[in-house]
Design a protein around this ligand. Structure first.
Ligand code: ATP
Length: 347
């Protein structure tokens, strides 16, 4: 049972506060992705869990044990980094078995584990090859196999696929998910790539300036962002925002049109809608086409709505010209609202 609990963890580097009282529980066998822009603190949090960095305050628990005073090797974790340290002068077998031999594990057990994880990672035919002779993708598989061979309770990964080309990344991404589910390991995976996060995670924790802004399933984070930051960070292109003024009784005026929204006494709200959640219609937001970008399957159209930029992903069969005026109707149930000052979602 390797549930991970992070209790009130904060980290300062000199005067700089990299993490602000983080509370997070990761369930046994869960695949948790820490997602955020560069510098938001995700690597620092991962290193604190691993024991490579100490928290300024707070506690880290793995299963029933408090581990924040234990050295990394006693925490039952294995790590895979971006610059995977696979030893080029050792064979694939020796690389995967390296940690096990360090632990003086009997050779028969080393062999069993190396062969099992190599098969899992589809590199069993490479065991006798020197790692220096392998491609980037193969070396990355060795790094993951070496971590899994330790049979850790927890595996921590910091941008492990970022050195691979786009196609390999896609392939490894699909495999990693399957392999980790099969090995029943609790995983924490750091990335700044939202597509990677969406496709891998059971749950995503979106980080911003040392805080966790939202922890939820990928679809929840996408559909119901807890804050404006999440709404604009997730999704490509991101959500559109327009100012809304109250028209009474939970009705809001947006670009001269009325929409049903939250019943709050706020002086104004931000109306938000995803680019794929509007369709050209007889009624809806009045929009003037500024730019049309064909993306193959779709058209990405940038409009001006009441002087604000507004993007929509439309059917590529449509013929649309810059300067054209049309109305865009939001799909039912897809409008979100945010408080302009607190930036939090309002419902
Ligand atoms: P990236 O994706 O670029 O790795 P990140 O979200 O993982 O970013 P961290 O590496 O956790 O970010 O860094 C968080 C903040 O803490 C950054 O502003 C960074 O400059 C700072 N920081 C990290 N390590 C140290 C350190 N040893 N000394 C001083 N500041 C540090």
């Amino acid at each position: 049972m390797a549930q991970i609990q992070i209790k009130n963890v904060a980290k300062t580097f000199g005067a700089y506060q990299a993490l602000h009282s983080i509370d997070l529980t990761i369930a046994d066998q869960e695949f948790m992705v820490l997602l955020g822009a560069s510098g938001c603190g995700k690597t620092t949090l991962l290193r604190i869990i691993a024991g490579l960095e100490s928290a300024t305050t707070g506690e880290v628990w793995i299963g029933e044990r408090r581990v924040d005073h234990l050295p990394p090797r006693d925490r039952g974790i294995a790590m895979v980094f971006q610059n995977y340290a696979v030893f080029p002068h050792l064979t694939v077998f020796e690389n995967i078995g390296f940690g096990l031999r360090m632990q003086k594990m009997p050779e028969a057990e080393v062999k069993r584990r190396v062969e099992r994880t190599a098969t899992l990672m589809h590199i069993e035919q490479l065991l006798k090859r020197y790692s220096g002779e392998l491609s980037g993708g193969q070396r990355q598989r060795v790094a993951v196999a070496r971590a899994l061979a330790m049979e850790p309770d927890v595996i921590l990964m910091d941008e492990p696929l970022s050195n691979l080309d786009a196609l390999l990344r896609l392939e490894m991404r699909a495999e990693l998910k399957g392999v980790l589910a099969e090995s029943k390991t609790t995983a924490i995976y750091v990335t700044h790539d939202q597509v990677e996060a969406m496709s891998l995670a059971d749950r995503i924790s979106v980080m911003h300036q040392g805080h966790i802004v939202q922890s939820a399933s990928p679809i929840e984070v996408y559909r119901n962002p807890a804050a404006r930051f999440v709404a604009s960070f997730i999704g490509n292109p991101p959500m559109n925002f327009l100012p809304a003024t109250p028209a009474g009784g939970g009705t809001w005026t947006v670009a001269g049109e009325h929409f049903q929204g939250p019943k709050t006494d706020a002086a104004g709200l931000d109306f938000a809608i995803r680019p794929e959640d509007v369709t050209p219609s007889e009624t809806g937001l009045p929009a003037t086409v500024r730019l049309v970008e064909p993306l193959g399957a779709h058209l990405l159209v940038t409009f001006a709505v009441d002087g604000h930029p507004f993007r929509a992903v439309l059917d590529s069969e449509r013929v649309i010209q810059p300067g054209e005026r049309m109305r865009l109707a939001p799909q039912k149930g897809r409008i979100r609202w945010f408080h302009p000052e607190t930036t939090q979602a309002v419902s």
